[in-house]
Design a protein. Sequence first.
Length: 311
Amino acid sequence: MLLPRLHNLETDQSPPTVFPPCLPVFFHSLRRIILYGPAASGWIGFLAAASAQRVPSDTGTQPRRVAPYLHRLHCDDTVELDAPFISHFRVFRNLVVLLLGNGCPRATICTFHLTDEDVSRLAMELPRLRDLSLGTACSRNTCRTTVNSLLALSTHCKGLRFLCIHFNTGKLARDMWDSLHHPLRHNSHPPSRCPLTVLDVGLTPLPVEALGEEVFPTLAGLLDIFPGLNTIRYYTFSSRASWGWRQFALQIPNFQEMRKSLPVVFAQEPCGNHQSPHTPQPQHTSHSTVTGSASVPHRPGNREIEPVLRS
Ligand SMILES: [Zn+2]
């Protein structure tokens, strides 16, 4: 075992350049990893490569186990989010908190390259996720992820309570209608959904053109995906661009009030204690948090989460 008693690893230093030979377990007791700077992606690649190695055992060879009890992993904003990078995290099946930053709002082009298929695969590989940040969304709205990524996460991650992600809102109303035919909308009866309460959309624009007359059905679709949603975090950079988020803000309490009188048609699993994670906040914009918590149906697992600003 490599460092068998190490519980927390917090570093901005590069990982080792060679693997200790024939060790069946790396970081046997490691529970938490926090990585800073350029070393972050190096460490993730190192741990994933170590898990791909096979080591001798009584019955021949077996895969090396890497940090089998890791439940929290945090990388700061130095990484590009693409399919090869995100695939490394399948090693850590027990992750509960995965907070990844990116430099998207400050970069010249969007650095978020995931697709709905990538996000869906991640959701299936990490079903215990409670807090997930895939980097602060920029305002370019060029990403390929859609509401189907939200649907996949809500369906496969039964304990998810906080989500920060890029998803394209260029034709959000149309995407929401199209998602009605997605198999995950009807995967069970009643449909299985996570108890998410906070959705962080960063700088994602939602102008009137993206919604048109479809404000109510689109919000209803979003609340079908996240029935416990009571807070949308967005960063105000233009009243025109954030028009849709404000409309949602006004209507969430009304929708949730209506849901009180309806039969519960979605599944929520009880969750343990939750602390809202610290998420990257752009420095050049003001921050708005939309909360309809006063009218959220009182169900197990629903708890108001106060906005948290990162210093
Ligand atoms: Zn971006």
